[in-house]
Design a protein around this ligand. Structure first.
Ligand code: ARG
Length: 598
């Protein structure tokens, strides 16, 4: 038989017949092979990086680094690499340039074939080794308001899940609810006083925030109440049925509120909150204690690890567990029981210390091995108001998410009315447009910046029909969708044309658009690797202007003065179709609904 090793050593550079090609990835493999062939004596060649280029389509600079190692003239090295590239269906021509760059021009037949594939098959995922990924996102706290920080986690997390699912990973969407801890003592004690028959008739608490505040006030002011609150926690953790029932009632009210937000935003998560880990925390603490990993500090049991300046509080002086304890039990569960090979946590950057500490301690305890499991703490910045201060209501309260989403809807409605859209669209279409624009804008405004930076929440900005906003891009997409429609060419006819005749590309702007469309797989691959989503938004914005250049220079449909269609350029309509496909698919990854009309 064939030697398996030899097979693995030679990276496949064939363009799969079933996928859209991730061009950068493919070229990288081509050049790695060429370098190995040209310089087999170098055991550790420099990494090959391919970039987009103004001079050609792409450029490879590996010869410069290689020449340094070899102490040779980079042009000569580049020439040798270039000659070793051999035949590739992706590459049209290679050219030596400057001090030792290799310019890469794509093959025209490859471009035609790939755009056609895009139209007939849609966007297909680039090949990725599938693994199990646990994505911990949204994760609000029971009985407290879900705030804009949780909104960011929800939006970013949902998009990351969609992306990882699309490339073929098994994604566990986990809502790590804050549903455990001492605040439940006072909530339960207050519930028993206010609704003594809570076991028989579920209390009609509409305003859980208010309820929380009331019980907190009693907890702070009333010593006797405080004692009962503490006793209630002990009972709850001992699984006393009435207390468990009270806890469940409170959780259900909160969860129903959260679910309203998830339903509106079309977000899917499985709840698995801190309470789930109670028995696992007990076991974990016993284990850590018996192995001498915990030390006593002011009555608390703490854990230190290398490079972790702030220790974890594993057991409080009253014997209770903390956020630290639950995350230790939780990481153990995800790795060793769920079999996750990649852990993603989406939280605000303020929690960095907590994550550093428990990850270091989990490593020290032998729960987590960084060489076997990848962990990403996907952080994001603070949401600011237009005054650049922390986003709050005028009275200084946290903004209720449902109210924020409602405001988004009415703002979107006002903008669409101002544009006279209600006169053009049916009431049903208008309603759909309003919802897609409102939620789309909120999501896009969050996703289009580098997530680690703070961002200013401004309805005016996000609903602007100019600039890199969802309002602009969603509108641009409806325009693209309408081109074939107004030419009277059906979707079926377009598909048939794509299947039967080769795509004609002639005009420089047609080629430019086609090349831009084919960048999507590489962008998806990059996002699914580094979990930064804004490059996709930047790409969409760029694509919209490349499309405009094309549309301004290339008639898709020619009409006479009376408006009668004289000629339809099918290949150009196909380019419109391919552009719409890229937009729709990208928006779907961002969790944004698109529209045919708006
Ligand atoms: N409930 C936490 C908060 O509101 C977020 C939880 C994040 N997940 C985790 N495993 N720590 O800040």
């Amino acid at each position: 038989g064939r030697s398996k090793q030899a097979n693995d050593a030679a990276p496949s550079v064939e363009v799969s017949l079933h996928h859209m090609c991730a061009i950068l990835q493919n070229l990288e493999q081509v050049f790695i092979r060429a370098v190995n062939q040209a310089y087999p004596q170098i055991s550790n060649p420099p990494s090959v990086q391919i970039q987009l280029s103004k001079m050609a389509d792409y450029q490879c600079n590996v010869a410069m680094a290689l020449a340094k190692i070899l102490k040779e003239n980079p042009r000569i090295v580049a020439q040798k690499v270039l000659e070793a590239v051999g035949k590739s269906p992706v590459i049209g021509s290679l050219e030596l340039s400057g001090p030792g760059f290799i310019n890469i021009t794509l093959s025209q037949s490859f471009i035609r074939e790939q755009v056609t594939r895009l139209i007939t098959e849609g966007v297909t995922p680039p090949p990725v080794e599938p693994i199990t990924v646990a994505v911990d996102f949204s994760s609000p706290n029971i009985a407290k308001e879900m705030h804009v920080g949780h909104l960011r986690s929800t939006i970013i997390g949902e998009s990351i899940c969609r992306l990882l699912e699309f490339v073929g990973h098994k994604v566990l969407r986990i809502n790590h609810l804050g549903d455990w801890g001492t605040q439940f003592g006072m909530l339960i004690a207050h519930l028993k006083d206010r609704y003594p028959d809570y076991l028989l008739s579920p209390p009609p608490i509409a305003d859980l925030q208010g309820f929380y505040k009331e019980s907190k006030k009693r907890f702070d002011d009333d010593e006797e109440f405080k004692k009962r609150a503490y006793a209630a926690v002990v009972q709850l953790q001992a699984h006393e049925p009435d207390h468990v029932q009270a806890w469940k009632l409170i959780c259900d009210i909160s969860k129903a509120e959260f679910d309203k937000v998830y339903a509106r935003l079309e977000v899917r998560t499985e709840a698995c909150g801190e309470s789930f880990y109670q028995s696992r925390m007990e076991e974990l603490v016993k284990d850590l204690d018996s192995r001498g990993l915990l030390s006593l500090e002011d009555g608390r049991k703490v854990m230190y690890a290398e490079n972790c300046t702030v220790p974890l509080t594993v057991v409080k002086s009253d014997g209770g567990f903390t956020y630290d304890t639950s995350d230790m039990a939780c990481i153990k569960y995800r790795i060793h029981e769920l079999g996750a090979q990649w852990l993603v946590y989406v939280t605000d950057a303020g929690q960095q210390q907590h994550f550093k500490s428990f990850l270091a301690c989990a490593q020290r305890a032998g729960i987590y091995d960084p060489s076997a499991v990848r962990v990403d703490h996907v952080t994001f910045g603070v949401v600011l108001g237009e005054d650049r201060k922390k986003f709050k209501t005028r009275s200084g309260d946290t903004v209720r998410l449902v109210e924020l989403l409602e405001e988004g809807l009415s703002r979107a409605e006002a903008v669409l009315r101002e544009k006279g859209r209600h006169e053009v669209l049916t009431p049903h279409e208008f309603e759909k447009a309003k919802t897609a624009v409102a939620y789309g804008c909120i999501k896009y405004a969050d996703l289009c910046h580098d997530r680690t930076r703070d961002y200013i929440f401004s309805f005016d900005r996000m609903l602007d029909f100019k600039g890199n906003t969802a309002a602009y891009l969603l509108y641009a997409l409806t325009r693209i969708c309408s081109i074939a429609r107004t030419a009277g060419v059906s979707q079926e006819a377009l598909l048939k044309a794509a299947r039967t005749a080769p795509l004609e590309l002639a005009h420089e702007k047609e080629w430019k658009l086609a090349r831009a469309l084919l960048r999507l797989p590489d962008i998806i691959l990059r996002l699914a690797t580094d979990l930064y989503l804004h490059p996709l938004c930047e790409y969409l914005y760029e694509l919209s202007s490349v499309f405009s250049e094309f549309y301004d220079n290339c008639y898709c449909v020619e009409k006479d003065e009376s408006g009668t269609v004289l000629q339809v350029h099918t290949s150009r309509l196909l380019l419109c179709e391919a552009t719409a496909t890229v937009f729709k698919h990208s928006f779907a990854l961002l969790g944004i609904n698109t529209l045919d009309k708006m």
